[in-house]
Ligand binder design. Structure first.
Ligand code: FMN
Length: 191
C-alpha cells in the first residue's frame, strides 16, 4: 500500500458517542455530547474524557466532580444531536422531550432512553491548553433489563446498537466480523 502524509487533525477519530449528564447549580439536569472519550483500567474501570473550551458541562464537573456517561444508540441520535449542538450557557436545554432520573450511586442525571449508562466520580483533572482532561472512576453501570442474560464478556454490540461518530457524520455499526483470537481460522501460519 502506498501511503501519503496528511496534517495532524481531528479528521478521523471514529468513536462511539456518549451524552454526558451533569447537574447545574440550580439542580436542573444538563446533557451534552462528548466523543473525545476512552476507557482505562487501574484496579477499577475508568473513563478518560476531554472537554474543550467553556462549557456548562465542564463548569458542572469542575464543581461536583461527577457525571453520567449515557451511550447514544442509533434510536436516540437526534436527541443527542440536540444536546450536542445547544449550549446550556446560552439557554436551558428544554426544547425537546426527554426523561431522566438521578443515578443510583451518584447525583448525576441518567437519561431514561439510554440503554447503557456509567455513573462516574472524577479522580484526576489535568488542565491542558484550554481543554480539561478528566479521569473518572466508574462507580456503577446501569444497563437495560433486556441485556440481563447477555454474556458480558462477549457483548452483543448489535443489541446495544451504538451510533458511531466520524467527524462530522453519524453512522450505525455493521455486521459482526468475528471473535478475539480467531485469526487462526482466517490466516495461514508461516511456521
Ligand atoms: C457529535 C459531537 C461530538 C462532540 N464531542 C465533543 C467532545 O468530545 N469534547 C467537547 O469538548 N465537546 C464536544 N462536543 C461539543 C459539545 O457537545 C457542545 O459544545 C455542547 O453544546 C456543550 O453543551 P453544554 O454547554 O451544555 O456543556 C461535541 C458535539 C457534537 C455534536
Amino acid at each position: 500500500m502506498f501511503k501519503i502524509d496528511i496534517k495532524p487533525d481531528c479528521v478521523f477519530s471514529p468513536q462511539p458517542m456518549y451524552l454526558i449528564g451533569t447537574k447545574n447549580e440550580n439542580e436542573a439536569p444538563n446533557f451534552c455530547i462528548i466523543t473525545w472519550m476512552g476507557f482505562s483500567f487501574d484496579k477499577t474501570p475508568h473513563i478518560m474524557m476531554t472537554i474543550g473550551g467553556r462549557k456548562q458541562t465542564k463548569t458542572n464537573i469542575l464543581r461536583d466532580k461527577m457525571f453520567s456517561a449515557n451511550l447514544i444508540s442509533e434510536d436516540i441520535i437526534w436527541i443527542a444531536d440536540y444536546f450536542g449542538t445547544t449550549m446550556d450557557e446560552e439557554k436551558l436545554k428544554n426544547d425537546i422531550q426527554f426523561d431522566y432520573k438521578w443515578g443510583n450511586y451518584l447525583k448525576v442525571p441518567v437519561l431514561e432512553q439510554s440503554n447503557w449508562v456509567y455513573e462516574c466520580e472524577v479522580t484526576k483533572i489535568i488542565e491542558l491548553d484550554g481543554s480539561h482532561l478528566f479521569l473518572a472512576d466508574i462507580k456503577n453501570i446501569q444497563i437495560d433489563k433486556r441485556f440481563e442474560e447477555m454474556d458480558l464478556e462477549m457483548i452483543d454490540l448489535k443489541m446495544l446498537n451504538p451510533a458511531i461518530y466520524a467527524p462530522y457524520n453519524y453512522f450505525s455499526i455493521g455486521d459482526r466480523i468475528g471473535g478475539c483470537g480467531e485469526w487462526k481460522n482466517h490466516l495461514l501460519k508461516t511456521k
